[in-house]
Design a protein. Structure first.
Length: 79
């Protein structure tokens, strides 16, 4: 898999299967509060979070849902 850039030292794969064949699909997911690897390696502002397409380079637009809070380990995203 390609990589966004040398300065991005951490990455976590998330695979989404579009079995319906639609060209575009909204995706929402929540980072579990017990996923310490994420919480220990992300900024409290989430400004270091990037989501890419399957090529690992193309950036996708995403939005953190209301209530995102690093201290409380709550984060839900819509892509």
């Amino acid at each position: 898999m390609s990589w966004l850039g040398e300065n991005w030292l951490q990455r976590l794969p998330l695979s989404v299967l579009n079995a319906g064949g639609a060209n575009a699909a909204d995706l929402s997911f929540t980072i579990p509060s017990d996923f310490d690897y994420f919480w220990d390696n992300s900024l409290s502002t989430f400004n270091d979070l990037r989501i890419t397409a399957a090529d690992g380079i193309t950036l996708l637009d995403f939005q953190a849902l209301a209530g995102a809070n690093h201290a409380n380990k709550t984060l839900s995203l819509v892509v």
